[in-house]
Design a protein around this ligand. Structure first.
Ligand code: AHR
Length: 513
């Protein structure tokens, strides 16, 4: 058993977690909407066609904000196709995923679903095939009370009260060649500025996020953020970041280190945003919206393969099955987000149901939790409060992480990473939650935590996620094979906690003050 020390001082604060840090994402993609959250005719469907078995799991997962309707899908989406009488809505080819979009679910249904789930909606506008005009019209349709053609249209469609959607994304991954109407930073910066200007004029209470790079591995990364913010600095409150972790190289140590690249990514984007502010001598601080993050690599598909399938409706694509090691990497990413609570003010797990998701369903059948469900639910439940700087003394290791982009093979050197990755969140009742990832694949670790200025603490809950088989998964027939179990080897004396963590384990310890 190795040893590690963690020191936490109540006065050394990183920042308060914004409730929007615990968001997720629903795209018109595969079976995320159709057969996921929406399945009229399912045994558990309510009068609106929403699966209540899925709604219950969503409530347990506890996402706070939900991004919609894409993703790549949004860059070809006409929002008008998804409102009004369902029988009049057109079916369309979706060029993002090479499927047919029936449009029987749209913006108003999404808002109804969010209200039922008690989740704030986050809407993305199409800045691919469309521009500021469609975007400002959507804001008017959704948020203007009444008395104009578009707001009255919403009322005629059955939604008398405005939706009051606050958080809006200005397009999606416009830096990527796979995007419909992919743009250069100059082209996107201009259109995003003009769209934002009009959207803000329609409703000055909204908050906007400009598109950052669709990954740190993009060739334009860095220059993209700089130029986009040069155009949009005065219009937006946020810049977006996207990351998908992979284990293509079948190198689990490197895979487990990859969340530390997320730390670097965040810190680099903060530096770029602040340098744009510095050039303007501005005190404004652009916040980060990490609005797509997850593990995703097994079910990535080449466009050529998708085309062969002949435009299906809601096919079972991107249905990544998550195993134990994915849950560990996912937990590491939760820690990275929490530890940047001062600047990452929104984040969305991509996605919610079936499509690279924590919740799986069978169309016409049951719903169950994937391995990654657990760290997210714990982070959302216990991550509310003030994140503290944890000083971690642990053995470290060096590795190289493989992160290909298209035909390019990219390897990233990861700085020496500690085997133990930690986040500490103080609640407002004198309590403290510790999130601890032991990345050591062979050895357990005995951790001594000195929680200074906390007084006497007592364990309220202590759970570990661990399986001797790193490839273990949850399935329809064995839905709880991987689940949190109590940690037994833990003791607390005053503000000192000693706990033994298993090799390759994710651990959450909730202490009451
Ligand atoms: O989440 C799946 C896809 O990943 C999204 O549509 C896109 O934005 C990203 O490339």
């Amino acid at each position: 058993m190795k040893k590690a020390n963690v020191m936490i001082d109540h006065d050394f604060e990183i920042g308060e977690t914004d409730p929007r840090l615990f968001g997720a994402f629903i795209e018109h993609l595969g079976r995320c909407v159709y057969g996921g959250i929406f399945e009229p005719g399912h045994a558990t469907a309510d009068k609106d066609g929403f699966r209540t078995d899925v709604l219950e799991l969503v409530k347990e997962l506890a996402p706070t904000i939900m991004r919609y309707p894409g993703g790549n899908f949004v860059s070809g989406y006409n929002w008008e196709d998804g409102v009004g009488p369902v029988e009049d809505r057109p079916a369309r080819l979706d060029l993002a995923w090479f499927t047919t979009e029936p449009n029987t679910f749209g913006t108003n249904e999404f808002i109804d679903w969010c209200r039922k789930a008690d989740i704030e909606p986050m809407l993305a506008v199409n800045l691919g095939t469309r521009d500021g005009d469609a975007a400002r019209n959507l804001v008017e349709y959704c948020n203007h009370p009444s008395g104009t053609a578009l707001s009255d249209l919403r009322i005629k469609h059955g939604w008398k009260e405005p939706h009051n959607i606050k958080f809006w994304c200005l397009g999606n991954e416009v830096d990527g060649h796979w995007q419909m109407e992919h743009k250069t930073a100059t082209e996107y910066g201009r259109i995003a500025h003009e769209a934002a200007k009009m959207m803000n004029w329609v409703d000055p209470t909204i908050e906007l996020a400009a598109c950052g790079s669709s990954g740190r591995n993009m060739p334009t990364y860095g220059r993209w953020e700089d130029e986009v913010l040069e155009h949009t600095f005065d219009d937006v409150g946020y810049i977006s970041l996207h990351t998908y972790f992979n284990n293509y190289a079948e190198d689990t140590e490197a895979f487990l280190a990859s969340p530390d690249i997320m730390d670097q990514f965040i810190e680099e984007v903060v530096a770029i945003a602040d340098s744009v502010a510095a050039r303007r001598r501005s005190n404004k601080r652009i916040m980060l919206s990490f609005d797509e993050w997850n593990v995703w690599y097994r079910t990535r598909r080449k466009r050529a393969d998708r085309v062969k399938e002949g435009w299906p409706v809601a096919p079972a694509i991107l249905e990544e099955i998550y195993n134990m090691e994915d849950a560990l990497v996912f937990g590491g990413a939760c820690i990275s987000l929490l530890n940047h609570a001062d600047r990452v003010k929104a984040a969305c797990l991509a996605q919610l149901v079936n499509v690279i998701a924590p919740i799986m369903t069978e169309t016409g059948g049951p719903a169950w939790r994937q391995t990654i469900f657990w760290p997210f639910a714990q982070m959302s439940r216990y991550g509310r409060g003030t994140v503290l700087k944890a000083k971690v003394q642990s053995e470290t290791y060096a590795t190289r992480y493989y992160d290909p982009r298209g035909a390019q093979d990219l390897y990233f050197a990861v700085p020496e990473v500690p085997y133990l990755k930690v986040s500490a969140v103080a609640d407002h009742e004198g309590g403290l939650t510790l999130f601890l990832l032991n990345r050591d694949l062979k050895d357990g670790v005995e951790v001594t935590i000195d929680a200074r200025n906390f007084g006497a603490l007592k364990v309220q809950e202590a759970e570990e996620l661990h399986d001797n088989d790193l490839k273990a998964i949850n399935t329809k027939s064995d839905p709880l094979r991987v689940k949190p179990r109590p940690i037994n080897d833990i003791s607390v004396s005053g503000g000192k906690i000693t706990v033994s963590l298993k090799a390759a384990s994710w651990n959450v310890i909730k202490l009451a003050g």
